[in-house]
Write a protein that binds this ligand. Structure first.
Ligand code: MN
Length: 235
């Protein structure tokens, strides 16, 4: 694909995202779940994450999970009355016929909300001392931790997420989950950092090069947020 075709594709994708976003907002069923704002402009993470991807990812993909959740909440009102983490930690409370929908859409809403907050155009560019100490107690250093997270993201077959989390022993651990599964589903782990490795998170800019996306993603990390997540996960 030459540059002109690429630009045309991206312009088309951006127009689609705007249309899809407005449509999603216009048709959003009234309900308790709301799409949280990004907290920064779509273009803020350039050149690491491109504007069109951010727009589609937030306004179309995340919006779809929220809309689906409102549809599910209409059938099972408890969905919005308990903390999300409580339901994700114990999906057996969900009526059987709605369980897969809740797993996918509540997981998708939780994961993306967590993910947007993990990225920032500003903020600390390196791990805080506290985060560094936790990393060094398990890995040789930040570079090795990044390599292990990248390997988990590359090894995730199909769609999913790569995680840095605190295990039951409060030590850092790395794993991946499929689809929109969150660490809460696997009771023992509390999330600290996540990389979305669904193709929708990177394909417009990186195409099949998931590893290049993961390498660039580290330039967007909000290390202050990672520190706050670490404190919460190990409290
Ligand atoms: Mn995503």
């Amino acid at each position: 694909m030459n540059r002109r075709q690429t630009l045309k594709l991206m312009a088309g994708a951006a127009a689609f995202a705007t249309a899809a976003g407005s449509r999603a907002l216009a048709q959003a069923p009234a309900g308790p779940f709301k799409l949280p704002p990004l907290g920064y402009p779509y273009e803020a993470l350039e050149p690491n994450i491109d504007t069109a991807t951010m727009r589609i990812h937030h306004d179309a993909h995340h919006a779809a999970y929220v809309n689906n959740l409102n549809g599910l909440a209409a059938k099972w009102p408890d969905l919005s009355k308990k903390p999300m983490e409580e339901i994700l930690s114990n999906l057996s409370v969900v009526p059987g016929e709605l369980r897969t929908g809740v797993r996918n859409n509540l997981g998708g809403h939780w994961n993306h909300t967590f993910f947007w907050e993990l990225m920032t155009p500003g903020g600390a560019k390196a791990p805080t001392e506290e985060v560094n100490t936790a990393i060094r107690s398990v890995f040789s250093g930040v570079d090795q931790m990044k390599a292990v997270v990248k390997a988990a993201g590359l090894a995730q077959f199909g769609s999913g997420w790569a995680w840095l989390a605190a295990g039951k022993d409060k030590k850092l651990t790395v794993f991946s989950t499929a689809n929109q599964d969150t660490p809460h589903i696997y009771a023992a782990a509390k999330p600290i950092l996540a990389i979305d490795v669904w193709e929708h998170a990177y394909y417009l800019k990186y195409q099949s090069k998931r590893g290049d996306y993961i390498d660039a993603w580290w330039n967007t990390v909000n290390w202050d947020r990672v520190a706050a997540n670490l404190r919460k996960a190990t409290a």
